[in-house]
Write a protein that binds this ligand. Structure first.
Ligand code: G3P
Ligand code: MG
Length: 268
């Protein structure tokens, strides 16, 4: 089990929203299952409630993954906590609630590496005292998890603010299906630990360019063994997968990796 990001030996398995194929995404049961399965890292999404608390959920609305409706940002944590975030997936998970980031850190801290994605919709200009990125960093520091957490976002503004803080964890830049010309320049300027591209956007030259800068490449969301094998043969350093036990299983990843032996010499 890897407890320090700097001890990573590629390739690593990252459970997208926990263990999403078998458990309701972004819930404590999903994260506990990913930990139990021996996954290297969990990924989760965080946003702010109306009363500016850190809530773990992917969508901007409650409609798909809870018993509630409407935007998350319109409800206080107390109201959000009353919702059922498990039944939509399977009645076995009835009563599962939306976790706060603190609850996830208590459950998973020290047991697994944690990738906290800050949702772009929580962006605020002016970097207020209780801005989401500041709250996330403070919570990580309070829980003594600086070495085992990675903060990622599609929104580079959050990452810029984080690297300006006196103490902060490692960061990652996420990109969608378009890899812009300046993506790797942004990664370099921000001194990111890793780049998380959409797996369909990746080309070999991108990986080589990232590795030349000492940047790990962790594509998302890789759910088919054949895609995983192809990406590992291209030299990625891990995969973000909904199924950390089957499609993204460590033995399968290591076997594919052994055939190619490509690694990133990450410079910390
Ligand atoms: O961090 C990788 C992945 O989670 C980004 O996309 O929409 O699943 O949060 P999304
Ligand atoms: Mg995410």
């Amino acid at each position: 089990m890897i407890r320090n990001l700097h001890d990573i030996i590629p390739p690593v398995v990252i459970g997208h929203r926990g263990y999403r194929t078998k458990y309701p995404e972004n819930t404590l049961s999903s994260f506990a299952a990913a930990i139990a399965a021996g996954t290297d890292m969990i990924e989760l999404d965080v946003t702010l409630s109306r009363d500016r608390k850190l809530v773990v959920i992917h969508d901007d609305t409650l409609n798909r993954t809870t018993s509630g409706f409407g935007p998350i940002h319109d409800m206080n944590l107390r109201e959000l906590k009353r919702l059922d975030a498990g039944s939509w997936f399977d009645s076995r998970f009835a009563g599962e609630s939306l976790p706060t980031l603190k609850e996830v850190l208590i459950l998973a801290g020290g047991k697994i590496l944690i990738n906290i994605e800050i949702k772009s919709s929580a962006w605020e200009s002016g970097f207020p005292e209780d801005a989401i990125e500041r709250q996330v960093v403070n919570l990580i520091i309070q829980h003594d998890l600086l070495n085992s957490t990675l903060i990622s976002s599609f929104h580079a503004g959050f990452l810029e603010n984080i690297v300006g803080l006196p103490v902060h964890p490692e960061i990652s830049f996420i990109t969608d299906r378009k890899v812009l010309q300046n993506t790797l320049d942004i990664c370099k300027q921000l001194s990111v630990f890793s780049w998380h591209p959409h797996y369909k956007s990746l080309e070999q030259r991108h990986i080589e360019e990232a590795h030349a800068q000492g940047i790990f490449v962790f594509p998302y969301t890789v759910n088919l063994v054949e895609d995983m094998r192809k990406l590992v043969s291209m030299g990625v350093d891990g995969i973000i997968t909904d199924d950390p036990v089957w499609a993204g299983s460590k033995p399968a990843l290591l076997a594919a990796h052994a055939e190619t032996g490509r690694v990133c010499q990450n410079i910390f």
